[in-house]
Design a protein around this ligand. Structure first.
Ligand code: GRG
Length: 307
């Protein structure tokens, strides 16, 4: 069990999430930049780098680093896994934006991969990133027992396959055009498309640090709660935020006649449900005291994010 420390007292300096995220993001950007250099054939490496280095909040790698540190590990131990998880996330965005899927022209405030490189290259850029994610976590992780690296590789495989992202995407495609999709199916889509990868980020960091099963289970529950809240907020932002704020086309869910939290429960109830999930997540990591400040702060940020 990870030792907790008492919660911060009134006079202890407040945790500065903005600075924390800025510093972590800079470390991740630097590692991603170094992780994928352009070699032959240049066009595919350029397409892979275009999307990988296009910005984004880097929430997934930051979560992975945070739980590794929470469980007594270091940033260095988790960085290859953190980068691999961002590669997987990026490939899922590239494929999601394809005409055969969500058909979007903008992502992260820039043209989507296929708009710039063509559909053929965008499919291959996604494939290249997915394969490289597994190669890099397996070959670049240092100072971690091989059994723990293997467990992370297995977790990542489970997260991206038909039991995770792929399965969620299939259900999402099947639900398109059906504004009567029940909440149960919507929850399946959200937890598989979005929640599973976030959970893998949280759990992978802790596995690399050698966390006990009991902590892994607690952190999994934390992740499931922030995962669903993240996607409820995504549904809300789709109807409340502008294209400039989102960096991608707004109002896509209504356009595709998709069921969403706001369309089923209304805007206010959706906000309440997201808030309840975040409160549950925060309560779950209370036991870790000050060490869990980053996880608590990230959970709260998910609720208030604007993109
Ligand atoms: C994984 C093999 C494999 C295939 C992909 C296309 C697909 C199958 C799945 C779709 C997954 C998807 C796009 C889910 C949506 C997740 C989501 C809410 C993304 C936005 O995440 P943010 O806001 O984005 O963290 P940034 O740009 O900040 O990283």
């Amino acid at each position: 069990m990870i030792d907790g420390q008492p919660s911060p007292k009134q006079d202890s300096p407040a945790f500065d999430l903005e600075t924390y995220l800025e510093q972590r993001k800079a470390l991740v950007e630097e590692a991603l930049e170094r992780s994928l250099l352009v070699t032959e054939p240049e066009r595919i490496y350029e397409a892979m780098r275009y999307s990988l280095l296009a910005g984004g909040k880097r929430l997934r790698p930051i979560l992975c680093l945070a739980t590794c540190e929470l469980a007594g590990g270091t940033v260095e131990m988790a960085m290859p896994a953190a980068c691999a998880l961002e590669m997987i996330h990026t490939m899922s965005l590239i494929h999601d934006d394809l005409p055969a899927m969500d058909n979007d022209d903008y992502r992260r405030g820039k043209l989507t991969n296929h708009k710039l490189y063509g559909e053929d290259m965008a499919i291959l850029a996604g494939d290249g990133l997915l394969a490289y994610a597994f190669e890099s976590v397996a070959t670049q992780t240092q100072n971690v027992p091989a059994s723990q690296v293997l467990e992370v590789v297995a977790q990542m495989g489970r997260a991206v396959g038909a039991a995770g992202l792929v399965g969620g995407q299939v259900m999402d495609l099947e639900a398109e055009g059906n504004s009567e999709t029940p909440l149960e199916t919507l929850n399946y889509i959200h937890t598989h498309k979005t929640g599973t990868l976030l959970e893998t980020c949280v759990v992978s960091g802790a596995i690399l640090a050698g966390a006990a099963d009991q902590d892994l289970q607690r952190l999994s529950k934390y992740a499931q709660n922030i995962g669903l809240a993240f996607q409820i907020v995504d549904d809300i932002l789709d109807i409340t935020a502008s294209q400039e704020e989102l960096g991608k086309t707004a109002g896509k869910d209504v356009q595709a006649k998709k069921s969403t939290y706001p369309s089923i429960l209304g805007l206010e109830e959706s906000k309440t449900q997201a808030k309840q999930r975040i409160e549950a997540a925060v309560a779950l990591v209370d036991v870790y005291g000050e060490k869990a400040e980053p996880l608590r702060a990230i959970a709260k940020l998910i609720l208030t994010r604007k993109n």
